[in-house]
Design a protein around this ligand. Structure first.
Ligand code: ADP
Length: 641
């Protein structure tokens, strides 16, 4: 008897095994899918090694074989792939290396005992092997690595420990997973049941899957077929195989073929939802690179930019040498070229989608725009293309749609205004794209900055998320029009919107300069200047930000996260015609009122900050409003007349 070494599983795996072996999860057949997927990965890797390193070539067929034994209640899944060494067994079948898997665990553990967690995603998180314990009370892995003569046996009953021992005698290269099935799992020794499972989940495995000498899968590389020859069902099936997601259909797919300047075939898929929005951490790239149908690199990070990392698929190029090694692949000249073409094709496709299938596009934007927009800051060449796909709320969409006033945010429809549409509506001579940044749509609707734009009937985009503003700032201009925050000093109005019927200019109230002086004194260190406004119609004041290309709000956000970022001081503009300012001008006749007028200046400043989504000095502001209320309360009478 060979010596047996005992190991303990990593804590997270113990938890996972506990969940898997006790779960009442219905869809246990996915375990077969996962084990076949592992076998296929292993065969892919071996094929690649054999192509680049001739000493490992032989004529053992690359295949997966299922061997059910009804009497013994054992199902064997055997492959002629890479196999595992002793250390690889310890590492790969004892610890979790993938970053996403812990999140998967947390997620299924949080579902609680009563509810059935969705285990079908297990393969996406790099822990698919352990699903074997949904079917088996004991799992054996008998394996020999392609680099070794000697074979090993890994064994576990899934309760926390596993053993490894050397196998006497010959072991064929590759791995065989022996599932000692649980009592109620006998169906997995029925050939008809197994055939059904393979056809359902594993048609696209690129190696033959055999049972009783019969090959069960088609292994058809649909991406090299002409589009017209591929059915919707095949597209969906391939997506499901790639994503290990048997129920889901992709939101859209893009099938590309090109002969020059680079030869390639590709199918790219967009999933229907964004994992990142569900709190699963960053999505990893999911596009496989093939050379003449042979997998060279899975989940390649070099084929698409980060901001398209959510796409799945395959890219197959005959221009890539089959024997390119993983190490030299990164430096291969072809990859940046492929990346460039693919990126452009995807962005063009999205643009077409926005016109041809607006509903699908809407879903896409709702799910993925948070990832996509980061491309504006990182991909100089394509930034206008990406900006074209962004959608915003605006003063136009807010009045056009059902949302009139109040409750805007609860039921706000998805942002729908594109920059192109915005510019189409812009009057002649408008040289800037106006936007307002604010904490939410309700607050932005009430912003005093909008008054002049409403008066001149100019559309303003609403940006709730500072990241959207950041993206627009990186863009600087779109179609030659400068992107401009409307709290900025450099706003240019199109001449065509200048008021024609010159309303008789209202006289500035007497003592206005006195009020300005008092405000200046009160806000000395806080504002750059206090002056009369030409923009306001109703509100008493607003804050103008001298650095026009970035709203005061974004400056505050950046100021909080970057020490060295310097915020500019605002200019406070006053509307002398507003009720409050007119009254303060009258009161300023009496110098006893000076302190009250100064306090009004401080409070107006705080109010304007809040409206702009800025945080005023909290202690100062609350203290002062309390004093105002106390004064008012004192002036009221308790006597009922
Ligand atoms: P993943 O396959 O996503 O990495 P798994 O839990 O399914 O996660 O498998 C863990 C690791 O075990 C794999 O990465 C691989 O290194 C190894 N492995 C699993 N099955 C096989 C197999 N049939 N042949 C060789 N190695 C395997």
């Amino acid at each position: 008897m060979a010596e047996q070494q005992e190991f303990t599983f990593q804590t997270e795996i113990k938890q996972l095994l506990n969940i898997l072996s006790h779960s009442l999860y219905q869809n246990r057949e996915i375990a077969i899918r996962e084990l076949i997927s592992n076998a296929s990965d292993s065969l892919n890797k071996l094929r690649h090694i054999q192509l680049s390193e001739s000493q490992y070539r032989d004529d053992v067929p690359l295949e997966i074989v299922l061997e059910p034994d009804k009497e013994a209640k054992v199902l064997v899944i055997r492959d002629t792939g890479l196999g595992l060494t002793h250390d690889e067994l310890v590492q790969n079948l004892g610890t979790i290396a993938h970053s996403g898997s812990k999140e998967f665990l947390r997620n299924i553990a949080a579902t609680g005992d009563g509810a059935k967690p969705d285990l079908s995603l297990i393969g996406q998180f790099g822990v698919g092997f352990y699903s074997a314990f949904m079917l088996a009370e004991k799992v054996e892995v008998i394996t020999r690595s392609y680099r070794e003569e000697k074979g090993w046996r890994w064994e576990s009953d899934g309760t926390g420990r596993f053993t490894i021992s050397a196998v006497e005698g010959d072991v064929p290269r590759g791995a065989q997973i022996r599932l000692h099935l649980k009592d109620d799992m006998e169906e997995f020794t029925e050939p008809t049941r197994l055939k059904f499972i393979i056809r359902k989940y594993s048609t696209f495995v690129p190696h033959p899957i055999k049972l009783d000498g019969e090959t069960l899968n088609e292994q058809k590389p649909i991406w090299v077929e002409p589009k017209s020859q591929v059915t919707e069902e095949q597209y969906n099936g391939f997506y499901q195989w790639l994503t290990h997601h048997s129920e889901e259909k992709p939101l859209w797919h893009l099938h590309l073929s090109s002969d020059s300047p680079i030869q390639f075939h590709s199918i790219l898929y967009c999933p229907p939802s964004n994992f990142e929005l569900m709190g699963f951490g960053q999505i990893q790239h999911g596009v496989n690179l093939c050379a003449k149908r042979v997998l060279v690199q899975d989940d390649s990070q070099d084929l698409l930019p980060e901001y398209l990392r959510f796409l799945y698929g395959v890219v197959d190029s005959a221009d890539l040498p089959l024997n390119v090694s993983r190490e030299t692949l990164q430096d291969h000249k072809l990859l940046p070229k492929l990346k460039k073409v693919l990126t452009k094709k995807v962005l063009d496709h999205l643009s077409d989608l926005s016109e041809e299938q607006p509903e699908t596009f809407k879903t896409f934007i709702a799910q993925f725009s948070s990832i996509l927009r980061t491309g504006i800051a990182t991909d100089f060449e394509n930034r206008e293309r990406i900006a074209k796909l962004m959608r915003f709320h605006s003063t136009f969409s807010a009045t056009e749609s059902t949302l009139v006033s109040g409750g805007l945010d609860d039921k706000a429809p998805a942002p729908s205004v594109s920059l192109d549409e915005y510019l189409k509506r812009a009057p002649e001579g408008q040289s800037q794209i106006y936007y307002l940044s604010g904490p939410n749509l309700d607050a932005m609707q009430k912003s005093p900055h909008l008054e002049i734009f409403r008066k001149r009937n100019l559309e303003v985009l609403f940006l709730e998320d500072p990241i959207d503003e950041y993206a627009l700032i990186q863009l600087r201009s779109y179609n030659g029009k400068e992107v401009m925050s409307i709290d900025g000093a450099d706003i240019k109005f199109p001449e065509s919107t200048n008021p024609t019927d010159e309303v008789e200019a209202k006289e500035t109230p007497k003592n206005f300069t006195r009020v300005v002086e008092l405000f200046r004194g009160a806000l000395d260190s806080k504002v750059a200047e206090v002056k009369e406004s030409s923009r306001l119609t109703d509100s008493p004041c607003c804050l103008i930000n001298p650095r026009s290309h970035m709203s005061g709000r974004l400056q505050q956000v950046l100021g909080q996260s970057m020490r060295e970022f310097e915020q500019t001081k605002h200019v406070m503009e006053l509307n002398p015609q507003s009720n409050l300012i007119t009254r303060l001008c009258e009161l300023s006749n009496n110098s006893d009122n000076d302190e009250f007028i100064r306090d009004c200046g401080r409070q107006l400043f705080a109010n304007a900050q809040i409206l702009d989504g800025l945080i005023p000095d909290v202690e100062d502001t609350t203290g002062r409003t309390l004093r105002f209320m106390e004064d008012l309360a004192r002036s009221k009478s308790a006597i009922v007349v």
